[in-house]
Design a binder for this molecule. Structure first.
Ligand code: ATP
Ligand code: MG
Length: 251
């Protein structure tokens, strides 16, 4: 399989804490890989290294053969990366549709305000409506974030990330805070996106859903690589089981 993302030997230190310790990972085009590990394992930190929000002490991030390691966030976004964050941060003064229109416009221009007042937003508007419909928010175009339940905000965050047409979609705990039914529905949506060809790296604590939807899993513990491979094989790994026992209340 053609490699889309390659993370090589990444280390991140925050003062005395080594949050990520010499990890490497490769994701092929069209793959959906589950990324798990107990709290504090360094999952979000590695995701932020990929997007450029955190500068690693060592290591490289390569997308489709292009070395992104020294590029700022916006250049990584235009190279094809998009992140739906652990804590959702919609623009509260704008309704759902404008939130996604802004994200569509962001692809064209880095200036959020100029993209809002961009004369012709009809193209972005159609695309935003289509994305909101895809994520199951067809009835919520004109709802403001403060009136939307968490399950809808998570879907909105996903629509905003998809608006950038990423080659690789990075999801950080999209199921957190959702009940079982909502988590299952959002997981099904992630599978649908993947079946349409979207490559996805998915951080999740909801192991039930990760095991159900991901063919491959990567495990990190205490910043270190622990296991990578076929889901059943990884989950039967005794070290993976030990890492979770008693450490992760959400698992
Ligand atoms: N900006 C920061 N400054 C200092 N320490 C940090 C910073 N970000 C993360 N850390 C530390 O790095 C380690 C890894 O944190 P990280 O948030 O990446 O873990 P995680 O696997 O995403 O955890 P969780 O599952 O709880 O979200 C933790 O010890 C955390 O306290
Ligand atoms: Mg995290």
């Amino acid at each position: 399989m053609k490699s889309l993302l390659e993370i090589k030997n990444v280390t991140v230190r925050f003062g005395g804490v080594t949050a990520v310790d010499g990890v490497s990972l490769s994701l092929g085009k069209g793959e959906l890989i589950g990324f798990i590990g107990p709290n504090g394992a360094g999952k979000t930190t590695l995701m932020r290294v990929i997007t450029g929000m955190v500068k690693p002490n060592e290591g490289e991030v390569i997308l489709e053969g292009k070395d992104l390691s020294r590029l700022p966030i916006h250049e990584r976004v235009s190279s094809g990366l998009s992140l739906a964050q652990q804590i959702v941060r919609p623009l509260v003064s704008f309704h759902a549709l404008d939130n996604v229109i802004l994200a569509c416009g962001k692809k064209k221009t880095e200036n959020v305000l100029s993209s809002l007042f961009h004369k012709d937003t009809s193209e972005e508007s159609e695309k935003a409506k289509d994305l909101l419909t895809q994520v199951g928010l067809a009835d919520s175009f004109y709802n403001f974030p403060e009136t939307m339940p968490l399950g809808h905000l998570k879907r909105l965050e996903l629509a905003r990330a998809l608006a950038l047409d990423p080659k690789l979609l990075l999801l950080d705990e999209p199921l957190a805070g959702l009940n079982q039914l909502e988590a299952r529905k959002l997981s099904d949506l992630i599978v649908t996106l993947n079946q349409k060809g979207q490559s996805i790296l998915l951080i999740e604590h909801n192991l039930k859903e990760v095991i159900r939807i991901c063919k491959k899993i990567y495990v990190q513990d205490n910043g270190r690589f622990l296991a990578f491979g076929e889901t059943a094989e990884v989950m039967s790994n005794i070290e993976v089981q030990n890492a979770y026992l008693g450490k992760n209340k959400n698992a």
